[in-house]
Each structure stands twice: as C-alpha cells, then as structure tokens.
Design a protein around this ligand. Structure first.
Ligand SMILES: *Cc1c(COP(=O)(O)O)cnc(C)c1O
Length: 428
C-alpha cells in the first residue's frame, strides 16, 4: 500500500502537535504504525491522501451512524452556515434538537447543549454535586467519561490504550473524590454504598461499556445499581455518549428499561459536528445557571451549524423504518464472520456485540469487566490490525475500542470485510 503522502504530512504534523494528532489514539502508537491521513469520506468509505480506500468501522469513534457526507446532513450544514455560523444568542434550531432528544429519551425532561461529551459528563457531575450537596462520585474501572480531571481515574479509551488510565497532571485532591468500582460487580457496589452511601453525589456509568472494548452489562447489576442509588439519595448518571441513538433510538435506557436521573450525550447527536448534551429530571436541571447556582456556560454551545447536523441526523434515523434492525443484521453478519474465521483457524477470541457495536477480544475467556478485558493478547491484536488495514479495512487501532457499523455499510462491504477477516486470521 502506497502511503508516501500520508507519511510526509504526518511526519510534519509531529513537529507541531503532540504525536502529530489532536486526540491520542489517532496516532496508531499502540499498533506501532503511522496512520493514514484522511482526505475524504463518503458513505462507509474513507480515502487517504495516497488515494487508498478503506471500509470504515471507526466512524469517527461513533458519531457517523449515517456514514460520511450523508446528503441530508451536508445540506443541513450548508443551509445553516449560509445564515451565519454563530450568534451567542438563542436560535430556533436549539429548541428543535432539544425537543428531538427529550422526546427520544423521556428521562431527559430538560437539557443543556454543550460542545463535547467531555463537557457534558463534567457538567452532569457538577449538577449532581450541586443538587445533592455531596462531593463523592463513583465511576467504574475501564469506563471513559471524557478527559476532565475527576473522571480520569481508571479510565478507558485512549487513556487505557496508552497505559495511563490515571493521567498525570490531575491533583490528588481531585481524584480523592472519585471512588472506583468494578463493572458488573453488584456485591462490590453494595459494600461501597454501605461505607459511603450518604456521601455520594452520583454514580456515573456507561450502561453498555464501550471504552475498554465493548463490555455488556449484566441487567441485574444495572437494576441493583438503580435501586441502590435511589435508596441512598444518590443520582444515577448514564453516560450514553456512545450508546445514545446507537443501540436504539432511546439509547441503552430504552433497551433495558432503566431510568437514570441524568443522561450524558455526545457523538451521534452532533451528526459529525461538535455537540454534547446533559440533562435529566427537571428538578435537577433547574439548579443550572441562570435558574440555579450551578454555573456552566459555553461560547459555542448550541452552535447553529453543529445543531443543524444533529437535527438532520436524528430526523433521518427517526424517519427510517428499519434503521436499528438493519444495523443489527449488519452487526450480526460481522460477528458471524469473526466466529467462522476463528473456528476455522483455531484462534481464541471472545466477541461482545450489541446491534452495530462490536468488539473482538483476542482472549480465551469471556470479557465482562476491565480485568478480563486487559488479559487479551495485544500482540495478536496488533498483527490482526495491520493485516486488516492492508486489506483496506479501517478499524480502531486498539483492542480497547469498539467497532462501529453505520447505516451506510452495505452487504458488499461486509463481504469484503469477511474476506479480510479470513485472510487476517489465516496468518495469525
Ligand atoms: C467519547 C466519549 C466521551 C467523551 O466525548 P468527547 O466528545 O470525546 O469529549 C464521554 N463518554 C463516553 C462514553 C465516550 O465514549
């Protein structure tokens, strides 16, 4: 594969940006390669500077559920931009996006738009502390909630990939207020609550964990979490930045029928533009400025162009009758392809999947939490990754990220991917 232009640009970029990138995992460090520099995307495909073509299963780490440059979304962006790109004043589009979200996720009676998932999670925590008057929060090992100080404790995603789940630069005074629990461990949680229950403001969780690779929740565990938090006056925050509008239109909370107090969104609700949101029970959200004493603001929050992309994305999903069924079929075909190849070549893998989210762990045991995830064979992943890339299949360069299928993926893409999986597994 010719990658002369990509290499040239990337090497130059390394002089100006740490690792040549603006978000760490993009640098391909954990797989020991240099990343292709992307020129454009269309549907399920990416094209790099050297005209190499890839079937994309990163989908910008989740947002591009309709595929790249989806015509309706691009038209909405153009139309909004023609009318001015930012006013720092109310617009009707913000209301439209808020209505669409609250209608899809009824536990969100009121919300605030921000510009990233990080901001949304950080602000939801502040709201929870302001509302309860308590300081402690609980997060789960391997879950990622953006890069704000108090949440970079035993974090997943790029922090885990880079081997720094507890970031340097975070004062001990911040992380002292963050208690860490084990995903899917109801007993551990009960003990934690026995000890600290009356001091905990909130528990934040990815209701389906997708940042240590994909780890599915035990439904009973989630239900116990809901009961425990309720009994102790602790707010339950679902971080649905990945799962919102991904696993179903109403997110994981709709899928499992569990109602959190606050929900954090990002990724899909911006349709590829920077949008995040946090919201929940009206009583809690009324603590946010200007109604209440919890301050949170943003110059570009609810940006008209970004919001237009979000509205168009959500409306397109809503209007497509078979949307989630089709995504699930595509996901299932991929899962089957992996299972068949693993059986044929005797490769130990463990697959977790929900709809269009999927992770293939190179491990002989089921992956249910952080400690089982990190037992995967990273050397094998590295080889597999580079064989797939050689065959034009672009997946996340980390064992600890999920694979995303979009509505733009077609059967032909899956067939090509299947052939690449066969090829890669035959060489592992
Ligand atoms: C991506 C992600 C975030 C952070 O969102 P950014 O837009 O990258 O700041 C937070 N929580 C989860 C679950 C995520 O996957």
């Amino acid at each position: 594969m010719n990658n002369i232009k990509s290499q040239e640009v990337f090497d130059k970029a390394c002089n100006y940006m740490p690792g040549g990138v603006n978000s760490p995992v993009r640098a391909f460090r954990s797989v020991g390669l240099k990343p292709p520099v992307i020129k454009k995307g269309k549907g399920s495909r990416l094209f790099d500077l050297d005209e190499n073509e890839y079937i994309d299963y990163v989908c910008s780490w989740g947002p591009m559920i309709l595929g790249h440059a989806q015509p309706a979304v691009i038209a909405a962006i153009k139309e909004a931009a023609e009318n001015g790109t930012s006013f720092g004043a109310p617009t009707e589009n913000e209301l439209q996006l808020a209505e669409l979200i609250c209608e899809a996720i009824p536990s969100m009676e009121m919300l605030r738009l921000v510009s990233s998932g990080t901001e949304a999670a950080m602000s939801a925590i502040r709201a929870a502390r302001g509302y309860t008057g308590r300081d402690l929060i609980v997060k789960f090992e391997g879950c990622y909630h953006g890069h704000s100080d108090g949440l970079l404790v035993k974090a997943g995603s790029g922090a885990l990939t880079a081997g720094v789940p507890d970031s340097s630069g975070v004062p001990a005074d911040y992380s002292r207020n963050t208690l860490v629990a084990v995903y899917n461990d109801a007993e551990g949680l009960q003990e934690l609550f026995k000890k600290y229950g009356s001091k905990i403001a909130a528990v934040i969780i990815e209701p389906i964990a997708a940042n240590m690779g994909l780890v599915l929740p035990d439904i009973d565990f989630l239900k116990q979490l809901r009961t425990l938090t309720e009994n102790h006056g602790v707010l339950l925050i679902f971080d649905e930045v990945i799962t919102g509008f991904r696993v179903s239109y109403g997110g994981a909370q709709e899928l499992y029928g569990i109602k959190p107090d606050l929900t954090v969104l990002g990724k899909i609700i911006g349709g590829g533009m920077p949008v995040g949101a946090y919201g929940g029970r009206r009583k809690i959200m009324e603590k946010i400025a200007p109604l209440g004493p919890v301050y949170q603001a943003g110059t570009l929050s609810g940006n008209p162009v970004a919001v237009a992309a979000g509205i168009s994305t959500l409306k397109t999903i809503k209007q497509t009758g078979d949307f989630y069924q089709r995504l699930d079929c595509l996901g299932k075909s991929l899962e089957d392809a992996y299972t068949e190849a693993a059986n044929r070549y005797g490769t130990d893998i463990s697959i977790n999947r929900v709809g269009s989210l999927l992770s293939v762990f190179f491990s002989d045991r089921v992956v249910v939490d952080y400690s089982s995830a990190v037992k995967s064979d990273l050397e094998k992943f590295k080889k597999y990754f580079s064989f797939m890339l050689d065959r034009g299949i672009y997946i996340a360069p980390s064992q600890f990220e999920a694979l995303f299928v979009s509505y733009a993926h077609i059967e032909k893409d899956i067939a090509e991917t299947k052939a690449a999986i066969e090829y890669a597994f035959s060489l592992l």
